[in-house]
Design a protein around this ligand. Sequence first.
Ligand code: NAD
Length: 370
Amino acid sequence: MMNAKKITLLSGDGIGPEVSKEGEKLLTVIESRFDYKFEIVKKDFGGIAIDKHGLPLPEDTLNACKKSDAVLLAAIGGPKYDTLPRAKRPETGLLSLRAGLNTFANLRPIMLFDPLLDSSTIKREILSGTDLIVVRELTGGLYFGKPKGIEVRNGEKVGFNTMIYTESEIKRIANVAFEIAGKRKKKITSIDKANVLDVSQLWRDVVIEVSKDYKDVTLEHLYIDNAAMQLIKNPGQFDVILAENLFGDILSDEGAMLTGSIGMLPSASTGDGSLPSIYEPVHGSAPDIAGKNLANPIAMILSIAMMFKYSFNDKKVYDTILKSVKSILNEGYRTKDIAQDKCKLVGTIEMGDLICNQISATNLRLSPNN
Ligand code: NAD
């Protein structure tokens, strides 16, 4: 039976529209090879929305997102918007989108592709076998906590934010992490700073409480500073990393460097299932390379793979996309950010074409059905 899906596409700014085009190409190929019919609704978001409508997340965009089966977001932001008041900046739109769709769980798999082991700044023997996922809390903590602001006290300016979590916020993200760990290597490393921060002590207490419902999953705790070291020293020790918003943001970008480039990292932001999830590359709008056919589209392509796995429950398409990316990398094709000696250097468009052609050529009978 034909699967009809409505996808809201937010191409955004900088390299966003370039990698989005490759994403659209991929969806067209998937339509031609699998039983899908996609309705792609394109909406303004981020800097482009500020230019056209005066604000980063117009109501019409949020409404379209709410009415879709999944949201595909490329990247937003740029130097042009950096001097705007905070409420009008692209990044504020991103926080509002996450809050509007209640996507409290951000899943960032750190997938290592063997042919890229030498693209990382970390030694091959340390990286080998790394396969982990960061589960980051996305709608609470320091990025949303109140009070916040900059004001004058005793004749000088002070700036402040609040890292605040309720028990139920910690519980629901911990449950997501334990469910994921149960289907993987059954180990969770929960990140906090419980030796200093009260909010972290609550985080640790609640995670321990939740762990009692998941007896087959091993739980360990690491302070954020130690976790930052361990991730570089021995990434293979991790399976699922559970972290609050700020700690997860920093650790997942650090994790990106294990893969060789932030241009390789996909993510999914999900909630309780009542509203659509958001799929987006971890990278930003990369203004330094925008419009030059230099952006690596693989993070976007892998984000679409995650959309099939998590929103459409379709492991067959997920596996097909992953296998195609692997095989193109195995053949030696590289965008500039992951280039190595003697590789076949290609641009954004060519990399997208190669992966799509690979999917077209895949003998689907070889792929196990789910
Ligand atoms: P960035 O991720 O845009 O770029 C960091 C570095 O990685 C740059 O050198 C860039 O060229 C490179 N890079 C990023 N994506 C790449 C890709 N696909 N292929 C090849 N190289 C890639 O981060 P930044 O420079 O800190 O931020 C630039 C803008 O993006 C800022 O306005 C920032 O606020 C915004 N931003 C947006 C998001 C988002 O949309 N979710 C995330 C992070 C940053």
